[in-house]
Structure formats: structure tokens, C-alpha cells
Design a protein around this ligand. Structure first.
Ligand SMILES: Cc1cn([C@H]2C[C@H](O)[C@@H](COP(=O)(O)OP(=O)(O)O[C@H]3O[C@H](C)C(=O)[C@H](O)[C@H]3O)O2)c(=O)[nH]c1=O
Length: 181
């Protein structure tokens, strides 16, 4: 397992060791000891999620302002462009975004710590997106930043207008959004 920091240091891209043979492949999608050694602190995941989306669906940018969630995300079918936005006021990368292609093919995972907004857009015909969270779903604390915020200027690597939920069509501008002090 290889764990590397992206341009926002606390966001980590994880490349698993893949054991292929005539049957197919095996990989460890999560190893607590190796993961905690790489990020330098203990985490406990309390919820596993799975969403399936068609091409052009964009889910996000979401975060929970209380009961903030760290997320360990990966794609088991298809391909997405996954984005994390630093909402930590004290961070040197506050207001910056980082993204990575996650796919059935590259088998990579992305660690998005608490304090970030998260979203992804589906680049393949469909994508199965599975992830672990460090806190429970708390809809009362869920916040949404609009995917096309003029200040964040996220390049989603996707041409055209994405397919959004009603909630995501009404996301707040970054400058009007609650952040993490
Ligand atoms: C997130 C979540 C949702 N739900 C229910 C609530 C709704 O009835 C339904 C769909 O929820 P939503 O439209 O918020 O799902 P996404 O748009 O995929 O939301 C997620 O999208 C981005 C990418 C994230 O990082 C978050 O994990 C999460 O906000 O599932 C639950 O029961 N538990 C949950 O943990």
C-alpha cells in the first residue's frame, strides 16, 4: 500500500498493492495500522456508504459543520473525478481544492479529513462509489457549497452541465458558507 499527500497535504491518495493471479485479483482496501501510520493519528470509521450514479451526475460539495466526517472514498465500478475543498480557516490551504481520478481501473482511495467539503462527478457511463466515514450522517448539520463556485474555480474535468439533486442545485456560495474554526 502506497500513501501519498496531494497538493493539500492532509488529503492522501492511497494506492493498494494488487495481487493478481489466474483467478483475478486481491487487494486490501483498508488496513487500519498502515492507514494510521501514514496519516499520523488514530481514526475510527462508524459508517460505510455506497452510492451509484449515472454519467454526469455530480454529488456535492457536501460537509457536516458539526459531527464533521472524515471520508475514505473509492470507486469499485466506473470512474469519477473526486474533489476536496479545504474549509479550515486556520489552514494555509484554506479555500483551495484538490482532485483526483478514482476508478475501478486505478483502484485508488482518497482520504478526505474532517474540515473539508467533498464532491465527485461521474466520468464513466455509471459509477459505484463506496466510502467510510468517521462520523454518523447528521442531516441537520449538512451544508452544501455550489459545485460551480466562482471563487473556488474547480475544474471538474467534465464538459457540460452536470446532473444535480435539488439540494445541490441550491448550494451556497463559498463566501457565504459556514467554515471550520
Ligand atoms: C449521505 C447520506 C444520505 N442518506 C440518505 C438521505 C437521502 O434520503 C438519500 C440521498 O442523500 P443525498 O442526496 O444527500 O446523497 P449524496 O448526494 O450522495 O450525499 C453524499 O454526497 C457527498 C459526495 C458526500 O461526501 C456525502 O457523503 C454525502 O453528502 O440518502 C442516508 O441515509 N445516510 C447518509 O449518510
Amino acid at each position: 500500500m502506497q500513501i501519498e499527500a496531494l497538493e493539500i497535504n492532509d488529503v492522501k491518495l492511497i494506492t493498494p498493492q494488487i495481487f493478481g493471479d489466474e483467478r483475478g485479483f486481491f487487494l486490501e482496501s483498508y488496513n487500519q495500522k498502515l492507514f494510521e501510520e501514514a496519516i499520523g493519528y488514530k481514526v475510527s470509521f462508524v459508517q460505510d456508504n455506497h452510492s451509484k450514479s449515472g454519467k454526469g451526475v455530480l454529488r456535492g460539495l457536501h460537509y457536516q459543520i458539526k459531527n464533521a466526517q472524515g471520508k475514505l472514498v473509492r470507486v469499485v465500478k466506473g470512474e469519477v473525478f473526486d474533489v476536496a475543498v479545504d474549509l479550515r480557516r486556520a489552514s494555509p490551504t484554506f479555500g483551495k481544492w484538490v482532485g483526483s481520478i478514482l476508478s475501478e481501473k486505478n483502484k485508488k482511495s482518497l482520504w478526505i479529513p474532517e474540515g473539508f467539503a467533498h464532491g465527485f462527478v461521474v466520468l464513466s457511463e455509471s459509477a459505484d462509489f463506496v466510502y467510510k466515514t468517521t462520523n454518523y450522517y447528521s442531516p441537520e448539520y449538512e451544508r452544501c457549497i455550489t459545485w460551480d463556485d466562482g471563487e473556488l474555480q474547480i475544474n471538474w474535468q467534465y464538459e457540460g452541465i452536470p446532473i444535480l439533486s435539488e439540494k445541490d442545485k441550491n448550494g451556497k456560495k463559498f463566501k457565504d458558507s459556514e467554515i471550520f474554526d
